[in-house]
Write a protein that binds this ligand. Structure first.
Ligand SMILES: [Zn+2]
Length: 618
């Protein structure tokens, strides 16, 4: 193995004397065959139906001279099926140096590196496909150790120069992992559908201070190479996107009396830490008020880290270490309520977590709802109503930018392989808030709904959940068993009625189960082919072309041609039409030509659906 191991190095191959070093590492072979995406989360390639991480241990060094993190990521995993012989891991912006599998009995490591392959996805980063030496039974444990070195393409890390910091004497690094960037900090099964505990030893040169979204143990000073190793652990299971690191010239100040659970971290000094602590003097009251409205706070302490001004968001709810922009420190405490939002995430988001990024509203909609309840108690109902009004304006602005006929304007955006960041906006926050407000109004009293939210948090504590979308109708299995063509048509009608919620993954599963693409019944083709064109299921396209060429019945032709034109495939529609126009009846030629050559607006059905949704949720 091409590892560097010199003298006092703590992490194999990772660093010596405070600097990362790397030997010539044979690169892992690339494959052009995409592995299946995660069955619970289209934004990850982790084979989470087969194997899940229950704990990870990160041993890493943060090197400011190269703006790189290097180290060993150890994944303790459980097989979810008999015969597990492959693991797929997400990574981005790093070189994988080695992949080791640990024998569960002897503890010895086997080097799997040369057998691994990687698949690169422009939106989601890379999938590392690891063929295992051993085969695992369901519920048995396995351990993988991946050695890696990040590069400047990593999307989670911001590396700041001295000049970009507040005190201007040391460099600074912080991460932003939500939604899919934890895979650039270390290799992970990077999906919110998986939650795990963790431990970490992070080393940096003195006098840098390291903070993580976990509990701290006493650091170890390594006198021989002028570094310090900071030790952290997190017993409460978290999704990978809540893993966070900040390294810089950092100091801590406790806020409030001896009973207070709150602290603030930032660069030291009267102008910074002391001023921030003064502005955030009510932090513990906010935590107590939110806890009183919700259920007991499970995380222990609550700390806000005020980042340098380049932090791209207002706040990020990393457990035990909320990241916040210094723009919330105005001087008159007028923006401190932003902290209420991050505190409320301790329940919805961090304890009960959305299973995938289409369900982000389960994090953000609930959290905005709770934030405004607490704000109303502290500042009066008019304050919360004004927030809701401002939120509604922002919501409409975002929906106009996206367009009203795209799912990105809906509570449940369909990603279809896009980076989930593309769909992030005020929609999950404000539409989620409005939806929950609507439900609250259907209850007898607001107290009933508050009890529901408390029960919901307790019932789903430390899990990742979904409320529909990629899960097919509840009686889906009955339809799969059915061979009756009428039942298939009824099923497809239901799918078409909710087609904006249908993903390629669902369509592929239905096709695998029902073979709709190969179905000779034209009544099925009439529904199936437009659906496959709409969601971009390319496998059915050749059959769709055959469908409009072997028969010329208008009822069957029109939906397919309309679907092509509506979904940006007018050229394809034109080409198919040219090939078949001598075969079609003149009436059909006129009708299809009108669809192909003239613009026509989205179907009436789509418009009705949008207006119905608006009546309900606005
Ligand atoms: Zn939030």
């Amino acid at each position: 193995m091409k590892h560097i191991l010199i003298g006092s190095c703590i992490v194999v191959a990772a660093y010596c004397n405070g600097f990362l070093q790397q030997d010539d590492v044979p690169s892992i072979k690339q494959t052009t065959v995409a592995p299946p995406v995660c069955i619970n989360d289209l934004s990850s390639y982790a084979n989470c139906d087969a194997v899940t991480t229950y704990h990870f241990h990160l041993d890493a060094f943060v090197d400011f001279t190269q703006s790189a993190i290097g180290g060993n990521q150890t994944l303790n995993m459980t097989s979810l099926k008999d015969g597990l012989n492959q693991v797929v891991i997400d990574y981005q912006g790093m070189q994988i140096i080695s992949v080791l599998e640990q024998d569960q009995t002897t503890g010895a490591f086997t080097d799997l590196t040369s057998a691994c392959t990687h698949y690169d996805d422009a939106n989601l980063g890379s999938a590392l496909i690891i063929p295992l030496k051993n085969t695992y039974l369901k519920d048995s444990n396995l351990t993988l150790r991946l050695q890696y070195l990040t590069n400047l393409n990593g999307k989670a890390m911001s590396w700041l120069t001295e000049a970009q910091t507040a005190t201007k004497i040391m460099k600074y690094m912080f991460t932003q992992c939500e939604p899919i960037y934890c895979r650039s900090v270390a290799p992970f099964q990077d999906t919110p559908s998986i939650k795990s505990s963790y431990s970490a030893n992070i080393t940096a040169k003195n006098p840098y201070v390291v903070k993580l979204s976990g509990r701290e143990r006493e650091p170890t000073v390594n006198a021989n190479d002028n570094t310090t190793t900071y030790h952290f652990y997190q017993d409460i299971k978290i999704p990978s996107y809540l893993f966070a690191i900040a390294v810089g010239n950092l100091a801590v100040q406790h806020i409030g009396d001896q009973y207070s659970r709150s602290s603030v971290i930032s660069e030291p000094g009267v102008e910074f830490l002391e001023r921030y602590a003064n502005e955030l003097s009510e932090l513990d009251e906010l935590l107590n008020a939110t806890e009183a409205w919700m259920t007991p706070y499970i995380w222990g302490n609550y700390t806000i880290l005020i980042l340098p001004p380049s932090f791209p968001f207002g706040g990020m709810e990393n457990p035990l270490l909320t990241f916040a922009s210094p723009t919330i420190i105005v001087g008159d405490k007028s923006q401190v309520y932003v902290a209420t939002h991050e505190i409320a995430h301790s329940w919805t988001g961090n304890d009960v977590t959305c299973r995938d990024w289409s369900n982000l509203w389960l994090n953000e909609g609930f959290t905005v709802f709770e934030e405004r309840k607490v704000s109303a108690e502290r500042h009066g109902i008019d304050f919360a109503l004004r927030e809701a009004q401002l939120g509604n304006v922002s919501l409409w602005e975002d929906m106009r930018v996206f367009g009203l006929n795209t799912t990105y304007s809906a509570l449940y955006p369909v990603m279809n392989g896009a980076n989930p960041d593309d769909s992030f906006s005020n929609v999950p926050y404000e539409k989620g808030f409005q939806f929950l407000t609507y439900i609250e109004q259907q209850m007898k009293t607001p107290a009933d709904f508050r009890r529901f939210i408390q029960d919901y948090v307790l019932a789903h504590a430390q899990t990742s959940i979904t409320l529909g979308g990629d899960s097919s109708p509840p009686n889906f299995q009955d339809y799969i068993k059915a061979t009756d063509p009428q039942l298939k048509v009824i099923f497809l009608n239901r799918l078409l009625a909710r087609s904006t919620e249908v993903s390629v993954k669902v369509v592929a599963k239905i096709d695998a189960d029902l073979n709709c693409t190969g179905e000779p019944n034209p009544e099925i083709g009439q529904r199936w082919f437009p659906l496959t064109i709409q969601v971009g299921y390319g496998k059915a396209l050749a059959k769709a072309q055959y469908y409009v060429s072997y028969q010329g019945r208008l009822k069957y032709l029109q939906p397919v041609y309309r679907a092509l034109v509506d979904n940006g495939m007018r050229d394809t529609a034109y080409q198919w039409f040219l090939l078949n126009q001598n075969f079609y009846h003149p009436i059909a030629v006129d009708s299809i030509r009108a669809i192909v050559l003239q613009s026509h607006s989205p179907s009436q059905y789509t418009l009705e659906r949008i207006s119905y949704a608006m009546q309900r949720f606005w």
